[in-house]
Design a protein around this ligand. Structure first.
Ligand code: TXA
Ligand code: MG
Length: 361
């Protein structure tokens, strides 16, 4: 028999929620003066131990003063994030960076020269200034010098590094717009800064520099071939797993999933029909219960809840992906059917997120 709330309980729950819900201020940054005001408001909140959702070039981040242990702890409670999943620390100059790490090897200097400011996170031995709450007890810290001018302005105004995971509730999609953040965190944080759609659209590449070879823990738009131009011995985590290399603790199965069940349809699979519609038929999926994300093959939109076409370009695809998954989820489909993307280096970040969304990773 289905469970039911006791009579009156929903009313009490709503009442308690309305007492505890925060008023969330939304600020925009489309003019120079609004940008300055929002940057100083965000820095004021962070310096008093509060949280704010801020735009970065990858996805929106849920920011706290990295040197304030209570503020860092409230990131975990606000997101419902397991304490075993460490946070990225964002810096905006070299001296701040050197406060966070115990060692700064030449290889780190080379990667930072090539890709910072930008969507690359480096994992290095942590300094004593970085608390165990940030690193989930690891002896290493993940650092990133973000490319987004607003995030950099807030770090500069605060004068300290900012700890920021993606600004979503645990196990939900990372937000690439202020609307996505609002849908998940409105009423839980005092400020959301709206910087428009994120330019990269998927989370940064995470590169571990603590071992013998630089190791990609999380693929992103900066892919293996670009990293190998800096250090030819760079490898993927999977290639090094058998040698006992440390796995990124946050990279859980199904970490980046929408609510609907995601299935990847590979038209190059010789055991399957080479068009989506016949693959969908074979799975016995009712089109009226499904959304489709096509790349080259587009079934008739009339039959499905939504059919969308994402450009055949990895950067444009990455930029659009989470927004499309959010839109699909809002229609309440049972299935999101995604045409597989090419198996080439430029697509590895997108392939990784699709595989995780489908629970295949
Ligand atoms: O683009 C991004 O990276 C965004 C923006 C806001 O900067 N942030 C983001 O944070 O995606 P989050 O918390 O959602 O993902 C951080 C990833 C997790 O997979 C975590 O396990 C990994 O970085 N990580 C953090 N510290 C680590 C460490 N010391 N060793 C290994 N992996 C680490
Ligand atoms: Mg995240």
């Amino acid at each position: 028999m289905p469970c039911r709330d006791a009579p009156g309980l929903p009313v009490i729950t709503l009442f308690v929620q309305s007492l505890t819900a925060l008023k969330t201020e939304i600020l925009t940054i489309e003019s120079a003066s609004k940008f300055e005001q929002a940057a100083s408001r965000a820095a004021d909140l962070l310096s008093s131990g509060r949280l704010a959702a801020l735009p970065t070039e990858t996805v929106y981040g849920l920011a706290a003063d990295a040197f304030n242990a209570e503020a860092v702890a409230s990131i975990y409670t606000t997101k419902g994030r397991p304490s075993t999943n460490p946070l990225i620390v964002h810096v905006a100059d070299k001296s701040m960076l050197l406060e966070c790490v115990r060692e700064w090897p030449e290889i780190a200097e080379k990667f930072s020269q090539a890709f910072w400011p930008g969507p690359l996170t480096l994992v290095l031995p942590k300094s004593d200034r970085i608390s165990d709450d940030i690193t989930a007890g690891l002896d290493s810290v993940a650092v990133r010098w973000p490319g987004h001018p607003f995030m950099r302005a807030v770090i500069k105004n605060l004068g300290r590094p900012i700890a920021a995971p993606s600004a979503n509730l645990a196990n939900q999609l990372s937000p690439t717009s202020a609307e996505h953040v609002q849908a998940q965190l409105k009423g839980r944080i005092p400020l959301i800064v709206d910087g428009g759609a994120a330019n990269v659209g998927i989370e940064s590449t995470v590169l571990d520099l603590c071992g013998k070879n630089p190791t990609v823990l999380r693929p992103g738009i900066i892919h293996l071939e670009s990293l190998r131009a800096v250090a030819p011995n760079t490898m993927h985590r999977s290639a090094q797993q058998s040698s006992g290399a440390q796995k990124s603790p946050g990279l859980h199965h199904k970490h980046y999933a929408p609510k609907a069940r995601v299935i990847i349809l590979d038209r190059s699979d010789s055991s399957q029909p080479n068009d989506l519609i016949n693959q969908i038929r074979r799975l016995g999926i009712l089109p009226a219960e499904a959304c489709v994300l096509g790349l080259e093959d587009l079934p008739s939109p009339a039959d499905f809840l939504r059919v969308c076409f994402i450009p055949h370009d990895p950067e444009a695809y990455a930029r659009a992906l989470y927004a499309e998954l959010f839109l699909c989820d809002q229609l309440g489909p049972k299935w999101i059917l995604v045409e597989a993307v090419p198996d080439t280096p430029a697509w590895e970040g997108v392939r990784d997120r699709l595989a995780r969304a489908a629970g295949d990773e």
